[in-house]
Write a protein that binds this ligand. Structure first.
Ligand SMILES: Cc1cc2nc3c(=O)[nH]c(=O)nc-3n(C[C@H](O)[C@H](O)[C@H](O)COP(=O)(O)OP(=O)(O)OC[C@H]3O[C@@H](n4cnc5c(N)ncnc54)[C@H](O)[C@@H]3O)c2cc1C
Length: 414
């Protein structure tokens, strides 16, 4: 591993740093720095508007979606330049959260499968944040096993008519477009009868119902489709080859989620450095130090695993399935750290307000949001399966319905 910039990378870093210093919305920097998982919000400003304005400013100057080709709204930069940009963007990068699905998953899928005309029309406004996209894959009957989905698309002339329901669709309530995986042939095994489309989320027959979360926020939704008409020209890939298209999306999902997983350790360290217990600062307490030391080891393990992936990128290689370990370790760590910090807060640990209590309720928000990290983009068990099968070479999961026609798989409702 070599952590030093080459002369070319150092020049790129300095150019990025100067542009960010001159253009970033600095009035929000402190708030963004302090916001942790579960609570990125700004006092007196709409985060959606601030995020869109920052994204547009970046796009106008050629700093949006750096690794995308220029004709689609990117900069044509190398993967390592993208990593350098993320390091330099720092806290302002938290403003990109609502674009992650569009930029990290929908964009690359469109780039691989949409027509040239559609790529030139839809990708630049996606890169600039003027249009937001969502990913419509999961359903009540298809999450980890997404190929078990039941939303039907039936061909009528040059259109497809879609009926069904999606769930857990992040950002659907503010999205303009979405990529949608449907079942087009139920008579073949489940992976073989799927087709992918993209659609306008304002199409007649699309109904978005926000889901209220334990944290009080509504980040994701149920989405219902009733006779929604999608032109065949908005099909991505071949009819019944949607599984292959979905693999492109999911591969990009793992890469974009794995890039920067939150652990909660920096927040806990800062908290313990300032928290006064009965007999002195928490950071000086032996039992607190012992817990911190264990988490410091894990946090550093994750940091160097991430550096290993960055080194692979700089050599022109793709990070492999071993990167699944980042989210697996960080997800449970985040949950443990939040619970521990709330214990240290004593009675105040029961309060969740942002202004008056110790640590501004950040660990309470972290605790409520952290279980979702262990589910979104692959549950802990699925990540363990990936590591077992593809890194350690252990025998594969048992998949009894793999070769059975979808409409012959026994279900409770039939
Ligand atoms: C914050 C958040 C955002 C999300 N955003 C989106 C989005 O934008 N678009 C979208 O389409 N989806 C989204 N999802 C859905 C997400 O992809 C699914 O929740 C996830 O894939 C798990 O599916 P499921 O909830 O149906 O659980 P299930 O797949 O039903 O799993 C239930 C339990 O069984 C375990 N399990 C399942 N299969 C196996 C197996 N083979 N071996 C061992 N254990 C197994 C799981 O680990 C889990 O513990 C989001 C989820 C969250 C939490």
């Amino acid at each position: 591993m070599n952590f030093d910039d080459t002369p070319q990378e150092a020049a790129f870093r300095s150019q990025a740093r100067s542009w960010i210093a001159a253009n970033a919305p600095k009035q929000y920097e402190q708030e963004l720095r302090k916001s942790s998982l579960g609570r990125t919000q700004l006092t007196g400003a709409s985060i959606l508007e601030v995020a869109k304005a920052w994204q547009k400013r970046k796009a106008d100057a050629g700093w949006a979606c750096l690794h995308w080709p220029r004709e689609y709204g990117g900069r044509g930069a190398s993967p390592i330049e993208r990593v350098i940009w993320q390091e330099e963007e720092g806290a302002f990068g938290k403003l990109s959260a609502m674009f992650i699905i569009g930029h990290g998953m929908c964009g690359p899928t469109m780039m691989a499968f949409a027509s040239e005309e559609h790529k030139r029309r839809f990708l630049p406004p996606l890169a600039s944040g003027e249009k937001i996209w969502c990913q419509l894959f999961s359903e009540p009957a298809g999450g980890s096993d997404v190929a078990g989905l039941r939303t039907r698309a039936e061909k009528k002339g040059s259109d497809w008519i879609v009926n069904g329901q999606k769930i857990w669709t992040s950002g659907a309530h503010y999205s303009d477009y979405g990529i949608l995986l449907t079942r087009t042939d139920p008579t073949v095994p489940k992976h073989k009868g799927l087709t992918m489309f993209f659609l306008d989320m304002k199409s007649p027959g699309v109904e978005v119902r926000p889901i209220k979360q334990a944290s009080g926020k509504s980040d994701f939704n149920e989405v219902y489709f009733t006779d929604v008409k999608i032109p065949d020209s908005q099909r991505l890939g071949e009819v019944n080859d949607g599984w292959n298209v979905a693999l492109t999306t999911l591969m990009n999902e793992r890469m974009s989620i794995g890039a920067g997983v939150a652990t909660g350790f920096p927040e806990l360290f800062e908290f313990c450095s300032n928290l006064m217990l009965e007999d002195g600062l928490a950071i000086d307490d032996r039992s607190v130090r012992s817990r911190l030391a264990n988490w410091a080891v894990k946090a550093n393990g994750l940091k160097y695993t991430y550096y290993r992936a960055v080194s692979a990128l700089s050599r022109g290689e793709r990070p492999g399935p071993e990167n699944s370990i980042g989210k697996l370790v960080a997800g449970s760590m985040l949950q443990d750290i939040a619970a521990y910090a709330m214990d240290l807060e004593g009675a105040a640990g029961t309060l969740t307000g942002a202004s008056e209590e110790i640590a501004r309720g950040q660990f309470q928000q972290m605790l409520l949001s952290s279980p979702s990290t262990r589910i979104a983009g692959g549950t802990d068990e699925i990540l363990r399966n990936i590591i077992a099968e593809r890194v350690l070479g252990l025998p594969g999961d048992i998949r009894v319905d793999k070769d059975v026609p979808f409409n012959k798989i026994p279900t409770k409702g039939r």
